[in-house]
Ligand binder design. Sequence first.
Ligand code: NAD
Length: 334
Amino acid sequence: MDEPRPLRVGVFSTKPYDVAALSRANSSTGHELLFHTSMLDPVTAQLASEADVVCAFVHDDLGTRTIERLALAGIGLIALRSAGFNNVDLRAAREHDISVVRVPRYSPHAVAEHTMGLVLSLNRQIHRAYARVRENNFSIEGLLGFDLFGKTVGVVGTGEIGTSFARICTGMGMRVLASDPDPHDTCVDMGVSYVPLGELLEQSNIVSLHCPLTPDTHHLINATQLSAMQDGVMLINTSRGGLIDTRAAIDSLKTGKIGYLGLDVYEEEEGLFFEDLSSSVIEDDVFSRLLTFPNVLITGHQAFFTHEALEEIAATTIESISAYAAGAPLEHAV
Ligand code: NAD
């Protein structure tokens, strides 16, 4: 293996916390990090002309046109600072001989714990109680919850995050059902029962999505699947917005079929999430409708956002870039 040579890395969608974590991880490696606050797309791809590698995040557009431009700029590696890679045209990347790496397990606990945070907040209405108490309103009317102990939770996708979430649920005395084309022994060993998706939806009081967004899983939860669920079901999505048909979810909220909806992701979140739009008019009427329901709790794609996860994302990203620089095998290639 050759000694790694320092590379120039065009880092897109950079926030101050990315600069801090990546700079720390890079301190002993010496790659030149060129930070850009812009999102990567076919236009901003020209900023990559000074780089050897681009480093991108979940909203960066790595579709065919961007990849073509990155290829023209001589980019050989796309290093994703995320586990999901649904925003990358992998076929175009292969055609242009551009490798793609991701960070597969930076902290499954971060996302799993946030998922449970949504479950607990929705169930016990902590988000509403917080606002009431700030107004000196100490009435508990309307805040009635239910015991999680003994309830059934359905985990769709039991990879790193789904398994971590299943562990939390079993620890709380819940019955855990799972659906995954590739069942995991760790889950079976902790007492999780694998069942077909239809059965999971029928039996679960809470359904939590942890599978990747692919053409096959787009709108995995649609009107038909929603109608199979229990009345008043709690639906949680901390994976990718496109897994749920949002309009169908709104219809189910109106009828009471969905009793609680917790989202950390939204299918049209690009341009919304990660930005401070508090002085702007939100033009997305579907999103605005979601915000009107008292039993909907939305966070802006922050499930990954812990100190541990940021450090791990940065460390793995820099390691992958160094491996590429040295011509070594890319452990986290997609
Ligand atoms: P993973 O690759 O470890 O696990 C994904 C699992 O989903 C695998 O076991 C796979 O077999 C299963 N799967 C695939 N298709 C399925 C289907 N149709 N039905 C059921 N299961 C299916 O991934 P992970 O690290 O656990 O992450 C899961 C997802 O979480 C990622 O794809 C990403 O989109 C999302 N994510 C969100 C955040 C956040 O901040 N909100 C952070 C990290 C990851």
